[in-house]
Design a binder for this molecule. Structure first.
Ligand code: 13P
Length: 252
């Protein structure tokens, strides 16, 4: 019932020109792929050109962050309606790099989530524990807090169309992936909480991605888990060969 989703988070990589060249190649290479939602998240300046290059392809475009207000005196920030107009249909919110390096909190994540929903952008809400939290057996408690606070005020209908990404902080950019069993355990817990807080229908429809050192050789095992609905890919999304291979491994 849930279509697998593979999203490439390019972080602060690729110029506008490189981004357009990448998606032009990607578009041609996945033109025959069906049954997988594909997204790329370029840097802000590349959004309009990437959206134009992907027009009519079915490949989505995501922003990597946003500000929750519509407009205002917030130097350096970009709002959800501005991103929508620039060509984004999705927005990554609360990535661990934003939380640790740029001060995102559960509260700001929640404001951003609500503003994307108002602007009809689909939020991709990132959650995940640090290594210390895992070692202290606090993983599930951390996930509960991030879900409850981050999705406060979101309706079941809104949740059903939204995306969560479980990204254990210790697996991001480290080459250290959660095992399929570890990831499934977290995803099952997350879906259980969504069932409890948003109802079984919304929970069954919400896609939950895994992120953290996803590569072509571990993607199939991760995505064969019942509650893993796709991947949020960092490093391996910067290269068309590896990104296309991951997309192919996601087909059900
Ligand atoms: P890596 O795939 O490079 O570990 O990054 C994961 C990530 O942060 C995706 O948002």
């Amino acid at each position: 019932m849930r279509t697998p989703l593979i999203a490439g988070n390019w972080k602060m990589f690729k110029t506008v020109r490189e981004s357009v060249a990448f998606v032009t190649d990607l578009r041609a290479r996945v033109s025959a792929v069906t049954g997988v939602t594909i997204l790329v998240a370029p840097t802000f300046p590349a959004l309009p050109a990437v959206a134009a290059a992907l027009e009519g392809s079915g490949i989505g475009v995501a922003a990597q962050n946003l500000h929750w207000e519509r407009e205002g005196a917030f130097t350096g920030e970009v709002s959800a309606p501005m991103l929508r107009e620039a060509g984004a249909g999705w927005a990554i919110i609360g990535h661990s790099e934003r939380r640790t390096l740029f001060g995102d909190t559960d509260d700001s994540v929640n404001r951003k989530v609500r503003s994307t929903l108002t602007a009809t952008l689909t939020p991709i809400v990132c959650i995940g524990e640090t290594w210390q939290e895992r070692e202290a057996n606090r993983t599930l408690e951390v996930l509960d807090r991030q879900i409850k606070a981050g999705l406060d005020g979101v309706t079941g209908t809104e949740l059903a169309g939204s995306v969560l990404a479980y990204e254990p902080v210790w697996a991001i950019g480290t080459g250290r992936t959660a095992t399929p069993a570890q990831a499934q355990q977290a995803h099952e817990h997350i879906r259980g909480r969504l069932t409890q807080w948003f109802g079984p229908d919304a929970a069954a429809r919400c896609r939950i991605l895994y992120g953290g050192s996803v590569k072509p050789d571990n993607a199939a095992a991760l995505m064969s888990q019942p509650d893993i609905d796709g991947a949020l890919v960092g490093g391996a999304s910067l290269d068309t060969d590896s990104f296309v291979k991951i997309v192919e491994r996601a087909r059900r």
